[in-house]
Design a protein around this ligand. Sequence first.
Ligand code: TRP
Length: 370
Amino acid sequence: MNVKLDPWASNDIEDYEKLLKDFGMDDMGKYRSKYSDLRYLRRGVIFGHRDFGRIDEAISKKRNYAMMTGLMPSGKFHFGHKMVADEIIWFQQKNAEIFICAADIESWLMRDIPFEQAKEIALKEYLENYVALGLKPKGVTFWFQSDYCKEYYKLRDMTAKRVTFNELQAIYGELTPGKIISSLTQAADILHPQLPELGGMKPVVVPVGADQDPHIRLTRDLASRLNAVRENSMRDLECFPPSATYHKFMQGLQGGKMSSSDQKSHIALTENPSEAIKKVMGAKTGGRVTVDEQKKLGGEPEKCMIYELYLYHLIDDDRKLAEIYASCRNGTLLCGEDKKHCAELLERFLTDHQKRKEKAVSQVEKILEK
Ligand code: TRP
């Protein structure tokens, strides 16, 4: 059966290899050792890409390029979101110009979030956490979709002119006016850094979850159409098709989807550490039914949410992670002890992070000044 990707539904993707094949994404494996300083890349969490070669070249030759991504301001900033933030920060450290857009039109159209609330969430939940995780204000352009600056408006209208209804239907399946506006707005977001007013044509990388691929495919098609020279030898926009990297999703603490609307499925970065510890203690693991059985058969780290927390966030040292993996597998490390260890790491992380977040407010103001 073919995998379906719907940016507005919960995607339970099980087979990421198949996704690469079905959608013609490229395997990220080639870049794993070159960019091993990004944990998600080194560990295969970022599994696929489109046109990353253009970005690799810009990084290697120290050329001008940009990272663009958007955030959906719909709730608490949790460990699933932290992954995108870490990617943004990594590109900033690799000298990318940074463009971040708060998708308040999308969150209003698709999720009924009032604009005022979206604004509050974007600043307090997202930007402050980004800064606390290491984002520097210098070189960051941030905007709300609803800002409607002149050039941005023009760009969205240009995309509307270069795609047909049938093409959108082929990409997204069942359409609504809200979906059409959201997807063309997102294409405008992604092309935005290449506007002449913002320095013109440049390689742009969009780090996203695999569910966003329909938007990436649409935008890449639109980019080549906007870039086509017309009879009057005019182009709509001189631009490269955007590059993208695709990451896997963390699962929820109880298994299933991690979602900001389900408290029990996630740990927010602003969560009281003692509450967070309770969630860790109640999380789904890869343990067996009885202790005896686990000692005999060993646990299954692949199915364990504690292990996932280590893999994505809490343990950067590959050797340490491998040790935990091995001692879980051979039945010497039991879930109780392991959860306690995870709780300690988590408590330390949250306490430090929350202190940094308190100091982030003035940096966020700097980002907004521009
Ligand atoms: N649709 C994205 C989400 O649901 C948010 C988004 C809006 C976005 N504009 C973007 C992501 C541009 C990447 C690039 O999370």
